[in-house]
Design a protein around this ligand. Structure first.
Ligand code: EPZ
Length: 423
């Protein structure tokens, strides 16, 4: 397995171009199944998860491929095999996002139940409950979701909790259902908004976009579309925290501050100076670090509150900040696996259940292991701020969600090198 070698102590300075959002591109690519014809999606980041979804789309019978560096073309005219196989779904649980489009387009789907992952059990009971509410007949057979629906029928559905991909799956099912669907307690994440905007560009009739109540008037057919996905707010937040943790100063290009206000508020509270605007039509966010960051306290929650995907990164920042901070993880039941690794680097963290208390101090480089995508980002930030050398193992987790991360960090002055696993 590849490793990353990072020598800490460098101050990050310079400019970074933010890539397209992984968590927008995945539902958007799944949504291309809703219409016959050729859809072209731009601003697609070159990530492992995107490649996995392209494999799923091709297994289903669509023709999906990269058509330039950051562009994907999907011809969804043919859907010959409405199955998302276990071998692929087990590597990327967001493959479950093909369930809604397949049911809506051809009335059947066979999708492997996504297993859990490092951060939690990640059930999809709300996806299934919602599809049944729309009239689908769903059975779980030999680890697969076997779904059938002559025609989906609009309904009012209130999800038990806010679920991002649950909202996205049900939205994609409802756009071709008979009649009106109301999704209550819907997720308001920018990636859900981006999907809804793309669906409306395909001819869907969705209102209430960006609110917890989505209203969908079903239509007969949708048309293939050209669409550019929004930038990745979590990638952006990660680089801002990395700069704050190393006393640096960075400008992020291609990202509007409205996508990560809760994160920027916490960075300001920690002592960083944040400005934003538009230059030559391109949005930017600029961060100037304080001499020494102040620890902050965080409670993760659905958008627009503080995102769980930024929790590990702030945990690392707190470990080198002044004072104590309390971090409460309210979304996933096991999203503290970066803590034992940070402790190996000298971090002072006490935690139980979903609450961690950090006390700022010094970090020293050490061999550590990545356990999940955002934990990897937290370990990178810790390594950049630590004295000495850190080797991060199992960085395949990182390759799922951060495009060209070594390149972008090196441009900012970080000493980072990928150590290829010997074949
Ligand atoms: C999406 O995951 C993101 N992934 C996650 O990003 C993100 O952390 C998460 O939303 C929360 O913002 C993608 O968009 C591909 P949820 P998702 O359904 O949709 C429970 C990353 O690092 N739940 O909003 O799977 C669930 O267990 C990834 O980029 C049910 O109980 O998350 C969790 O506790 C990690 N039943 C909570 O709801 C369900 O049917 C929120 O999960 C669905 C969810």
């Amino acid at each position: 397995m590849d490793k990353l070698k990072i020598t800490g102590g460098q101050t990050l300075k310079g400019e970074v171009q933010i890539s397209g959002a992984k968590n927008a591109v995945l539902p958007i690519l799944a949504a291309t199944l809703l219409a016959p014809g050729i859809s072209i999606i731009d601003n697609v980041p070159r990530l492992r998860d995107v490649n996995t979804l392209l494999q799923v789309l091709n297994a289903i019978g669509a023709k999906a491929a990269w058509s330039s560096d950051n562009q994907v073309t999907v011809d969804a005219t043919e859907i010959s095999n409405p199955t998302a196989p276990y071998e692929l779904v087990k590597t990327m649980r967001a493959s479950v996002l093909v369930l809604g489009p397949l049911l809506a387009r051809i009335g059947q789907a066979r999708v492997s139940l996504p297993g859990g992952c490092a951060i939690g059990a990640r059930p999809v009971d709300q996806h299934i409950k919602g599809m049944r509410a729309l009239g689908a007949n769903i059975e779980i057979l030999e680890g697969y979701i076997e779904a059938k629906a002559e025609k989906l029928t609009g309904t009012r559905f209130v999800s038990d909790m806010v679920t991002v991909t649950g909202t996205e799956n049900l939205l994609m099912a409802a756009v071709l259902a008979d009649g009106e669907t109301i999704l209550e307690n819907a997720a308001c994440e920018p990636e859900v908004v981006d999907l809804a905007n793309m669906l409306n560009k395909m001819g869907a009739k969705i209102t209430g976009i960006g609110t917890p109540r989505l209203e969908i008037q079903g239509v007969q057919q949708l048309k293939a579309v050209n669409y550019r996905t929004l930038p990745d707010r979590i990638e952006a937040g990660t680089y801002l925290v990395a700069a704050a943790a190393t006393g640096g100063e960075v400008i992020l290009r291609g990202i509007a501050i409205q996508l990560l206000e809760a994160v920027c508020e916490k960075l300001t509270e920690s002592g960083a100076e944040i400005t934003s605007g538009t230059e030559n039509g391109v949005d930017f966010i600029k961060l100037k670090s304080s001499a020494k960051p102040q620890a902050v306290s965080i409670r993760t929650a659905p958008f627009p509150a503080f995102p769980t995907d930024m929790q590990a990164q702030f945990m690392a920042l707190n470990c080198i900040a002044n004072g104590a901070g309390v971090i409460v993880e309210n979304i996933f039941e096991n999203r503290f696996m970066h803590i034992p690794e940070l402790i190996r680097m000298g971090a002072k963290i006490e935690f139980s259940a979903n609450t961690a208390t950090t006390t700022g101090g010094k970090l020293r480089g050490a061999p550590v292991m990545a356990t999940d995508l955002r934990a990897s980002a937290g370990l990178i930030i810790a390594a950049l701020a630590a004295e000495g050398e850190t080797i991060i193992d199992r960085i395949y987790h990182l390759d799922r969600g951060y495009e060209k991360i070594e390149e972008k960090l090196s441009i900012l002055g970080a000493k980072v090198e990928r150590i290829k696993a010997n074949k």
